[in-house]
Design a protein around this ligand. Structure first.
Ligand SMILES: *[C@@H]1O[C@H](CO)[C@@H](O)[C@H](O)[C@H]1NC(C)=O
Length: 226
């Protein structure tokens, strides 16, 4: 009787664990952010405690998403962000996943938010460490700033067309991102975030199945310096 009861409990535990780790998404958005455009707004920004980040694209997040445009979030309340699990990645995170939120801080809140809201929805393939490591390695593979430079698109405060930006990135990386713009203090549209799509196993770029719900650009896009 007791054995049967513990078997029943075990099966319930396995079912709950299995559900928590089930894949409830079809692909990922890897979202990269241009720090110059984050800061060049009415709201401005705050450099992190580690100092002004490099003038390069930083990571915003790696977000599981569904083909219909919806996405799961906050999937595992038991997997609170634990900085000690990524202690070997902290210097890479500071360099490649910098926070620009105010007030000035060490980035732990930003990384914790990304893991808890998005990362926990891909626990079928990632733990906290591999989530951050994978996003960093995907970002490094793209070398977006080099791709843009090769296409003559540089963060010099100049203006570019959407096709100049997309063509340069497609030629340099093999994939075309969705380009999101925000507005500078004078209301000009500027290159803010790039959404690349990554397949469900988290190790291959793909063409995006659906556009994100993000602000599209006009055809005159500023690329501010940082
Ligand atoms: C994702 O892409 C990688 C590399 O191209 C490939 O090995 C893997 O099978 C792909 N996974 C899916 C689910 O398509």
């Amino acid at each position: 009787m007791a054995a049967r009861l513990s078997l029943a409990i075990l099966l319930v535990v396995l079912a709950v664990a299995g559900r928590a780790a089930a894949q409830d998404y079809d692909f990922f958005y890897l979202v990269l952010q241009w720090p110059g455009s984050y800061c060049d707004t009415k709201q401005s920004c705050c450099y992190p405690k580690s100092g002004k980040p490099a003038a390069d694209f930083g990571i915003h997040g790696l977000w599981p998403n569904r083909d219909d445009g919806s996405y799961p979030q906050n999937c595992d309340p038991d997997a609170a962000f634990n900085p000690s699990k990524v202690s070997d990645l902290l210097s890479s995170l500071r360099a490649k996943w910098p926070t620009l939120a105010c007030p000035t801080n060490d980035g732990l809140r930003f990384w914790g938010h990304e893991w808890e809201k998005h990362g926990t929805c891909a626990e079928n393939i990632f733990d906290e460490h591999s989530y951050f490591q994978t996003a960093i390695s995907l970002r490094d593979q793209l070398r977006v700033l080099d791709a843009l430079a090769a296409g003559g698109v540089n963060p010099d405060g100049g203006y570019y067309t959407l096709s100049q930006i997309k063509n340069a990135i497609r030629q340099g990386t093999g994939v075309e991102p969705f380009v999101e713009c925000n507005r500078d203090e004078s209301g000009n549209s500027q290159l803010y975030q790039l959404y690349f799509c990554v397949n469900a196993s988290g190790d291959g770029f793909m063409q995006c199945p659906v556009s994100p719900g993000a602000r599209a650009c006009g055809n005159r896009i500023e690329f501010p310096a940082f």
